[in-house]
Design a protein around this ligand. Structure first.
Ligand SMILES: Cc1cc2nc3c(=O)[nH]c(=O)nc-3n(C[C@H](O)[C@H](O)[C@H](O)COP(=O)(O)O)c2cc1C
Ligand code: SF4
Length: 397
């Protein structure tokens, strides 16, 4: 069932969650976020409370709260909807994070394509400042929190949190080595919490209604609700909110998908699912709940889709490390060979499946680590090689 919280018609007033947090001890705020079980909504699913606790424990006079609004994963547009409708909720969540970790400065990193949303964000910030919910000495609590809005330059890799920090600092968006993690050395070398737009937007509800309430919104062991952007061959594309752990089939029903050949879940870097797997849950242990769901009906040539994704990765690889820089064009070459009929057995692709595993294990950042997912899934699941019983060949990258 569609269970709406972030997108609910009945919203609590902006600032109620922040004011409740400001009456709590910062340690208690972090504990509430931890107990809620919320994991980052940007894709990787790191527990938000744990991240906040680490940043809170870092000793520094200056710390930062950064919102990742890069939303670069193909097929994802949920953060755009949140920014358009609920920028003030986003700022509220960021301010709660600032209070929890001891930071007075928030930065929203907006993807270049969303530059037109800058006035929306600025107007929302102005309203919040006007009501004493942002800015200096918020409601006479002694806590100050300011927001700055920054716009990226259009690189997918800048959604990766350390590339994002490089970009914020005015350099090319090349992912950093980790550790150190941003919680200890982030923006300008200071402890920094980076969370996705949706993660921050959920925080005020968690503070207002409690950790247990939030946790119980999810299915079974999953916590909370999740936004999904669904597009492709569906009758009603758009953004839907479902309990985390809901089966993919439920989302497809809401969006109206009758003829399903394949579903790309979690964007280009996610997984490509066949019709028999639609009952699987969207969760951090199941189908990647990153936010993007693209449906392909039976008329779609899936190798063409794969070619498109591989071209994307070749283009977006930052070139900093060898497995990703050299591996992505090799995989594209293999796709083109398959499409032209130059490959007659899956054994001929063995070296490429080995390459896929090497890329997953040795690439420096998540881009290279996941770029081969679509190759393995589509070649083994949606080509003529599918029926030859070689599904195990590629293994699970
Ligand atoms: C190539 C790449 C692109 C990414 N793009 C985004 C993005 O657009 N938005 C986002 O929130 N996280 C993105 N991430 C994940 C971030 O590195 C980071 O995990 C996230 O911002 C943390 O916030 P969260 O814990 O609230 O999800 C990306 C990661 C990689 C490797
Ligand atoms: S995996 Fe790709 S995008 Fe990431 S650092 Fe290496 S070359 Fe750059």
């Amino acid at each position: 069932m569609e269970k709406k919280v972030l997108l609910s018609e009945e919203q609590p007033g902006f600032g109620e969650g922040l004011l409740k947090a400001l009456a709590m001890d910062p340690v208690e705020v972090v504990k509430t976020v931890k107990d809620s079980g919320i994991r980052g909504r940007g894709g990787a699913g790191f527990p938000a409370g744990l991240k906040w606790g680490l940043a809170a424990a870092a000793s520094s006079q200056v710390k930062y709260v950064v919102c990742n609004a890069d939303e670069g994963e193909p097929g994802t547009f949920k953060d755009r909807v949140l920014i358009e409708k609920y920028s003030r909720r986003l700022f509220e969540g960021m301010a709660v994070a600032g209070y929890a970790i001891g930071s007075a400065q928030g930065i929203v990193y907006l993807r270049a394509e969303y530059e037109y949303l800058v006035p929306v964000l600025e107007e929302a910030a102005g309203l919040s400042v006007g009501e004493g919910l942002l800015g200096e000495n918020i409601r006479d609590t002694g806590f100050s929190f300011n927001i700055e809005i920054r716009v990226g330059a259009g690189a997918y890799v800048c959604g990766e949190e350390t590339a994002l920090l490089e970009s914020l600092e005015g350099r090319a968006g090349l992912p950093r080595n980790k550790p150190p993690y941003p919680v200890s050395s982030g923006y300008l070398g200071k402890p920094t919490v980076i969370n996705n737009v949706e993660t921050f937007c959920a925080i005020p509800y968690i503070i207002l209604n409690g950790a247990e309430w939030y946790f119980d919104l999810g299915v079974g062991e999953c916590s909370g609700t999740k936004l999904f952007s669904i597009s492709g061959d569906v009758e009603r594309p758009g953004v839907y909110e479902l309990p985390m752990g809901s089966p993919l089939a439920e989302l497809l029903e809401l969006a109206g998908a009758d003829d399903v050949q394949a579903v790309q879940v979690g964007g280009a870097s996610g997984r490509t699912i066949a019709a028999q797997d639609l009952g699987k849950p969207l969760s951090f242990k199941g189908l990647p709940p990153g936010g993007s769901v693209i449906v392909f009906d039976s008329s779609v040539e899936m190798t063409g889709v794969l070619e498109n994704f591989m071209e994307f990765f070749v283009h977006e690889s930052c070139g900093q490390c060898t497995p990703c820089r050299e591996g992505t064009p090799q995989l594209l070459k293999a796709v083109e060979a398959v499409m032209s009929g130059a490959v007659s057995s899956i054994q001929e692709l063995d070296d490429y499946f080995t390459l896929a595993r090497v890329m997953k294990t040795t690439s420096k950042c998540g881009l290279g680590q996941t770029a081969a997912n679509c190759f393995v899934d589509i070649i083994t699941g949606f080509t003529e090689f599918h029926d030859h019983g070689h599904h195990h060949q590629g293994g699970d990258v």
